[in-house]
Write a protein that binds this ligand. Structure first.
Ligand code: CP3
Length: 344
């Protein structure tokens, strides 16, 4: 593939700031809703032709610098024995969540080539299509803590309270659970790289629920193991987390190529803590896409100015949101943002 600003950002050789948006394919797009009317989320994810088409929708509409495979972090849990559903208006539900130590002992390992073959097939399909656009494909997985929180809470949770109670009541079983999850995750990430993913992102959306101490003891060793295994693929790795600005000095120890941060910290501060030799991704508040253009532009410029105060040529920076794009986001605002960042 000829040189691309997103891939070049991992070697700090990008000539301009690349941009892609977390959850860039989804309900805010009319094209997506047209398909969603006919199929459930899991049907779309598990049908490679549909998932391929949806992956490409935001690429065709907005001209982003990278595609992210249309999938979800939760189907991996099915391969371990969890029953997953997405209920209308309620989000994900797991009807056999972890309630006892024996539930953890019963969990199984299934290779990604068996239980997540649909996403690996989507990756192969998308890669063929992307040759036309000269942009790379990002594969991803949930991080073990974030996945464990769904498996223990039985769905989305505001405070990960049951998960934290489990950690502190059954630390040994917690570690056993994290080890089982980590083997599934590492195998899935490697399989995605083999299928053609050119960058891999690990989503640790709820890591910020933890204290720095708990993160370091109960989460970090498992992430390090995943990273160590996944490094064999030589594909750049991005670690995404939110709410973690209070312990970036710990997160910094993860041996990944790039960190993705949210808006709760200014980017200059974050970059200095994480190491300015690393690639940094972030960190616009997705709510700004609802603001008048003048306000959205001001905040976008502010991020870019801060980046310039670290690296005046903006090398090693990837523009993104601090978390996923919101459901009612106006598409014309997305287009304006993408055009503006690309011209900067
Ligand atoms: O970025 C992309 O375009 C790829 C698609 C993608 C989805 N999920 C599709 C999806 C990605 C990268 C994810 C990751 C994901 N899934 C995360 C980590 C990122 C984050 O946002 O924190 C998490 C925590 C999940 C779990 C999940 N999936 C939840 C909590 C929900 C329900 C909430 C919601 O947004 O509706 C989902 C459903 C989901 N995954 C949708 C999409 C497009 C909405 C499905 C619909 O059309 O009803």
């Amino acid at each position: 593939m000829p040189s691309n600003p997103f891939l070049n950002s991992f070697t700090h050789t990008n000539q301009r700031t690349p941009i892609w948006l977390m959850r860039q394919a989804g309900r805010y797009m009319a094209d997506y809703r047209r398909i969603r009317e006919k199929y459930s989320l899991l049907e779309m994810v598990k049908t490679p032709e549909l998932a391929c088409e949806i992956t490409l929708q935001p690429i065709k509409t907005f001209g982003l610098d990278a595609a992210i495979i249309f999938a979800d972090i939760l189907p991996l849990l099915e391969g371990m024995g969890f029953r997953l559903e997405f209920l209308k208006g309620e989000g994900p539900k797991i009807d056999n969540p972890i309630r006892s130590m024996t539930d953890i002992e019963k969990l199984r390992f299934t290779p990604a080539t068996e239980c997540l073959a649909f996403t690996l097939n989507t990756i192969r399909l998308v890669r063929r299509e992307l040759d036309k656009y000269n942009i790379p494909l990002i594969g991803f997985s949930g991080a073990p803590f974030t996945l464990a929180s769904y498996a223990i809470e039985g769905g989305s949770s505001k405070d990960q309270s049951l998960t934290k109670q489990f950690i502190h009541t059954h630390p040994e079983h917690w570690h056993m659970f994290m080890e089982k999850l980590s083997l599934m995750i590492a195998d899935y990430l490697l399989a995605q790289a083999q299928a053609g993913a050119q960058v891999l992102q690990i989503f640790d959306s709820w890591a910020g629920a933890l204290s720095p101490f708990d993160y370091e003891i109960y989460v970090m060793p498992h992430l390090q193991k995943i990273i160590e295994i996944t490094k064999k693929s030589e594909v750049p790795l991005i670690y995404f987390s939110t709410g973690t600005s209070g312990f970036l000095d710990i997160i910094k120890k993860l041996n990944v190529n790039a960190f993705s941060i949210d808006w709760r910290i200014d980017i200059k501060n974050a970059w200095q803590t994480l190491g300015t030799n690393k690639t940094l991704q972030g960190n616009l508040d997705p709510n700004l896409l609802f603001a008048p253009w003048s306000e959205l532009k001001k905040h976008t410029e502010q991020i870019i100015n801060q980046v310039c105060s670290i690296h005046p040529d903006k090398k090693g920076f990837i523009f993104n949101l601090g978390h996923g794009i919101l459901q009612k986001t106006p598409e014309d605002q997305v287009k304006r943002l993408v055009d503006f960042v690309k011209s900067n």
